[in-house]
Design a protein around this ligand. Structure first.
Ligand SMILES: [Zn+2]
Length: 561
């Protein structure tokens, strides 16, 4: 599939042919590829060590579990991680013992698979779907993000004079905007959603978008379809499958109980004169700063992490202001050397990633070195999307959208220590692949933690590798030029949605968001966070008219740690 990573399925056996990524040492490569130190030693001892020019072939059984997942993803792009387990679709005849071995690590699970799937033969024929129950899946397969939709939507394909398209038949209560445009094309910004809905309506011969009959075939042009919905043989779908396969090998960080030895950089979006988005009189900057200082306190109280903030409010500092509705404030500064008053949002965002890259190299408490893999960057924002959408979504740095080298020039930056330390930043291919994989895993933990707490999360693709807007695709600058390997941008709510706004002006909601992000960070580093207490925030905000009425706060049944 690529010169760096090829998966071979021959005579019912899988093997991987791989070589180090540009920027990866043979030692790092061997440690990543195989499960045991002994095998890693064997690989390193091969005549003519593996290098960016020389690859090795390793049988499936010897692979590290993350690489097994990568291989399976590359070979079977149509497989689905569903709520009920892994849905595997055989592309060739395979023995049930092999299926069991690939997904559970044990051939003797074949009997369980036969039972679960009502199979009478120990040979699985081409096209058969085998469900592997969650309980017996290998760890990385179990941890892979389950599709939100219990059943993937059924699409069919067609072609007319204008080109290829997918056909989706609307179900009861589904609307063109949410069920088609938002779900299948990834568009979330109001002008994009409206424009594309119009174009799809015209293509499909729909005259009134508010009165589309159930079952009506809606045509979605292939070029606007998100990769995950493309037919598996489409070149874009193949490229995405390969990217996921490669990046998922980097999904598991080393365990750090109680976040000991971990540095967490918290970045409250905007601030100072940069208000961020404004809706209904609420400033994005004010509310995400509040969540950030709440998160800071939780991490300091409950973990041993070294917590660093990128901004500070000149009047309230990092103190939590115990008010529901917060007064707008322009007193935050960016903690560069010297501090920056955030007068210009573009300069601000660039100085932020210079600051992040500088923090990556600073020693921790007691002058201890903090390895990059144990450094995390969390930027908190609230977005302004189509008003029908609500809830959180998380952006991660999509490998395809990262540049190899980047730097700002100009006097504005030269007066800052962080710029002088490293004016130009560069990324090897390994850096780019690894950061997408690690950040996606972290984002998955944050999203599932939010779901467990009953907080609203976008129903479709809540973890995204890039922004799609006005016909362009990109990774937010704060993630794009940032060298911290584990980095996410969390959009905690949609400020353009009335319900999300009503929640945002409650302390309870902001505290619940902070709790969920803290739990997600701990789970990412391997903590068994006790089943998260159901957040007190109802998924639906109280009715608007009663919003001022005091409701007795319900105690959570247990405290999440
Ligand atoms: Zn923002």
């Amino acid at each position: 599939m690529s010169p760096d990573f090829a998966v071979i399925l021959a005579n019912g056996r899988i093997s991987v042919e791989a070589r180090p990524l540009e920027g990866e040492t043979p030692m790092e490569f061997a440690a990543r590829l195989v499960a045991s130190q002994a095998t890693a030693g064997e690989i390193l001892a091969l005549p003519g060590q593996p290098s960016t020019g020389r690859s090795v072939v390793v049988p499936y059984a010897a692979l590290a579990n993350e690489v097994k997942l990568a291989a399976i993803r590359a070979l079977f792009p149509a497989d689905v991680r569903a709520t009920a387990g892994w849905l595997h679709i055989a592309v060739a005849e395979e023995s049930l013992a092999a299926t069991a071995d690939w997904f559970t690590g044990r051939t003797d699970h074949a009997a369980a698979l036969a039972r679960e799937n009502g199979l009478t033969s120990d040979v699985v024929s081409r096209g058969t779907t085998v469900r592997i129950p969650t309980e017996i899946l290998l760890r990385p397969f179990r941890d892979a993000e389950a599709l939100d939709e219990p059943e993937p939507p059924q699409l069919t394909w067609g072609e007319d004079a204008t080109g290829r398209y997918a056909v989706y038949r609307l179900r009861k209560k589904e609307a063109l905007y949410s069920a088609v445009v938002v779900r299948f094309t990834g568009r979330v910004h109001a002008p994009d959603v409206i424009e594309l809905a119009g174009a799809i309506a015209v293509r499909s011969g729909i005259e009134d978008v508010r009165a589309i009959p159930v079952g009506y075939p809606v045509k979605i042009p292939l070029e606007v379809l998100s990769e995950e919905y493309l037919p598996p043989d489409d070149p874009r779908a193949r490229a995405r499958a390969l990217e996921r396969a490669e990046t998922s090998q980097f999904a598991q960080p080393a365990t750090a109980k109680g976040l000991a030895g971990v540095r967490i950089v918290l970045d409250a979006g905007h601030g100072g004169r940069d208000t961020g988005t404004i809706h209904g009189g609420l400033w994005e900057a004010t509310y995400v700063y509040d969540v950030t200082v709440r998160l800071r306190k939780l991490l300091l109280d409950r973990t041993q992490a070294d917590v660093v903030l990128t901004t500070k409010d000149g009047s309230t500092g990092w103190k939590i202001v115990e008010k529901d509705r917060l007064p707008p404030r322009k007193s935050q500064v960016l903690l560069t050397d010297p501090p920056y008053d955030l007068a210009d949002p573009v300069v601000g965002v660039n100085l932020r990633w210079y600051l992040a890259n500088s923090l990556l190299k600073r020693p921790g408490p007691e002058k201890k070195r903090i390895p990059p893999e144990r450094t995390v960057f969390v930027s908190l924002h609230a977005d302004s999307l189509h008003p029908s959408l609500r809830g959180a979504m998380v952006y991660v740095p999509g490998e395809r959208f990262l540049r190899e080298r980047y730097g700002k020039r100009g006097e504005v930056f030269a007066s800052y220590r962080e710029w002088r330390e490293q004016p130009v930043v560069s990324f090897s291919r390994r850096d780019r692949v690894a950061s997408e994989g690690a950040s996606t895993a972290l984002a998955g933990k944050i999203v599932s933690s939010m779901r467990k707490s009953g907080l609203a999360v976008h129903p479709f693709s809540p973890v995204r590798t890039h922004v799609i807007r006005a016909g362009r695709e990109w990774v937010p600058a704060i993630l794009r030029y940032n060298r911290i390997p584990n980095r996410v941008l969390v959009e905690i709510a949609n400020l353009a949605n009335e319900e999300d706004r009503d929640l945002l002006v409650t302390r309870r909601f902001r505290q619940d968001v902070a709790e969920a992000v803290a739990a997600g960070l701990q789970e990412y580093f391997g903590a068994d966070v006790a089943p998260a207490a159901k957040a007190v925030t109802p998924t639906k905000p109280p009715e608007r008219k009663k919003a001022t009425k005091k409701t007795p706060a319900k105690k959570p049944t247990s405290t999440s740690r």
